[in-house]
Write a protein that binds this ligand. Structure first.
Ligand code: G
Ligand code: G
Ligand code: MN
Ligand code: NA
Length: 251
């Protein structure tokens, strides 16, 4: 596990980069968006997984902010790079509960977007329900400010927290990402199929977009399209990849 000092240094030294995973429309398989996933190429240790360094950032609010603002700025640069090749894609960036302590966060996001050159309406911020529930009143306030600034908000890993429906009711989300634990066994588990069907139904009535995470087979993709899910994400429809590869993948 890296120390906070090492991570801080790495962010400043430009050792982090984004990989981008396609999110495609379920029916047409047309690319809608890409999720930005941070990668750290350490000069001695080689690649360090986000599972190791994201928790370090989350334990230090100011470091969590640096990571998120770096990712937002870098995502904007990716979007501009794609636009210069005639490719238009929305981008989703993961944010942490640690980012939601300070009411100045939305302004800082807006500044990072300005530096990176992204279009706010083409940037989605993804947040897990666990993060959203640490301080629900403050979170709702911060999320509302972000929505007013034009950002899309996605509830990530939906179904794995303790308060999913309450979070949906209280927070101004625009999309819901169904956790891969309900998606992988969709063809064989009647329970998963019933749960996913009900979630899609709730989302439709609440006018929320739906994304299935962890789509690993054509069979699952077809089953989800039949259930009228909005979008698909997973190794089957596209792995996380560097920007250059994504540009090729898109054309
Ligand atoms: O590819 P994957 O191994 O990228 O990511 C592992 C975990 O790390 C996921 O839960 C993902 O949401 C998280 N993650 C990846 N990049 C970022 C990031 O830039 N910020 C935050 N907060 N989490 C990230
Ligand atoms: O927590 P979040 O949903 O942001 O995490 C995204 C994580 O899921 C990343 O680690 C990414 O590499 C991983 N991922 C993306 N597609 C698939 C998939 O089809 N199967 C599995 N098992 N993991 C996936
Ligand atoms: Mn995510
Ligand atoms: Na997720």
């Amino acid at each position: 596990v890296p120390s906070p000092e090492e991570l801080r240094r790495a962010i400043n030294a430009g050792e982090l980069m984004l990989h981008l995973q396609p999110i495609v429309e379920a029916g047409s398989r047309r690319p809608l968006k890409a999720e930005a996933l941070a990668r750290w190429r350490h000069p001695e240790r080689g690649s360090v997984s986000p599972d190791r360094f994201v928790p370090v950032a989350e334990a230090h609010p100011e470091l969590a902010d640096s990571l998120t603002l770096w990712a937002i700025e870098a995502a904007g640069q990716c979007q501009r790079d794609l636009a210069s090749r005639g490719l238009d894609l929305a981008i989703a960036v993961n944010i942490s509960g640690a980012n939601l302590r300070d009411l100045r966060f939305p302004d800082r996001v807006q500044e990072a977007v300005r530096r990176g050159g992204a279009e706010p309406s083409r940037l989605t911020l993804e947040l897990t329900e666990t993060a959203a529930f640490q301080d629900p009143v403050r979170t709702a306030d911060i999320l509302l400010r972000l929505r007013i600034k034009g950002f899309e908000l996605a509830l990530d890993d939906f179904g794995t927290g303790y308060s999913s429906l309450k979070v949906l009711k209280q927070m101004p989300f625009s999309a819901l990402k169904i956790d891969r634990s309900f998606i992988a066994d969709l063809p064989t588990s009647r329970d998963s199929a019933v749960i996913v069907g009900a979630v899609i139904d709730i989302a439709r009535h609440m006018e929320l977009q739906t994304v299935a995470e962890g789509v690993e087979t054509e069979e699952v993709a077809v089953a989800l399209a039949r259930m009228h899910i909005g979008a698909l994400q997973g190794y089957h429809t596209g792995r996380p990849m560097p920007l250059e590869e994504l540009a090729v993948w898109l054309t």
